[in-house]
Design a protein around this ligand. Sequence first.
Ligand SMILES: Cc1cc2nc3c(=O)[nH]c(=O)nc-3n(C[C@H](O)[C@H](O)[C@H](O)COP(=O)(O)O)c2cc1C
Length: 304
Amino acid sequence: MPDLSVQLLPGLTLKNPVVAASGTAGYGDEPSRLYDIADIGAFVCKGTTLKPRAGNPQPRIMETENGLLNAIGLQNPGVEYVVQHFAPIWEKWRTPVLVNIAGESIDDYFEIARRLDRVPGVAALEVNISCPNVAAGCLEFGATPEGAAAVTRAVKSATALPVIVKLTPNTSDIVALAQAVENAGADAVSLINTLRGMSIDIRKRKPVLGNVTGGLSGPAIKPVALAMVWRVAAGVKIPVIGGGGIATAEDALEFLLAGASAIEVGTAALVNPGALKDIVKGIEKYMLQWKLTEISQLIGAARR
Ligand SMILES: Cc1cc2nc3c(=O)[nH]c(=O)nc-3n(C[C@H](O)[C@H](O)[C@H](O)COP(=O)(O)O)c2cc1C
């Protein structure tokens, strides 16, 4: 059988490159009733902040022709609850858990990272500087290289955990962002978060989402995400985790061939909770068919 394992970072090996994307699978309690988390490479929990957050006014989610608009606004129980209630559960899993963190200030990011440092069950941090749906912080830092680097430095100084910085597509030059966080000490980057979008109800003559704008995910964003992953993978030396609109093994293979070392799947799992497992199986089938023995033979192969 082909070996699907990926050594993403020193001390962080995934049994396969398929990762559950943040915000689409909560803290693992719900998906663990729908599929076996042991089948996937890694799990990223919901964006977690220092204090609990109630999130944005309803409606927070709507389907578009070819994707999903969401403006959840980082509803979460806060870092202390996560450390007390979820980390002890994750510690028993064989799948590493990456905690997605978000803050309203650089001090917030530092504090959350410090609180999660050395917590058993937490394998790495994914630093969300790309949420388009909160009024303060987060994307404010993530949209400029200087802001992105400042958050990265703060988080790195607060923890010995591997730090993966999640980049926004809502910027003029995502490669410059990736390079800035690499220079600031990020161990890896993940991309892309959602693209800012909106919808208007023409009968009510009002925006559909309570937050007015939201983030677009799902199949509609795949070509945009793939081009960004392609460009970022050429621009940095650290590993790239790619995602945005991945729904099938074929989609995932495109991202691996573009240079992603692992891939994140979000919206597709809301439609089909078995999507991640199907993608793992599909990658394995492709490798058998093409007589590939290791994932490294796929990563970046379209560039060679
Ligand atoms: C309902 C919803 C909630 C999300 N919440 C978060 C979050 O808390 N933190 C984060 O970094 N990304 C969040 N995302 C973005 C996803 O993790 C992912 O980057 C994005 O949706 C693109 O991938 P996809 O097309 O496979 O969903 C969220 C996406 C959705 C649809």
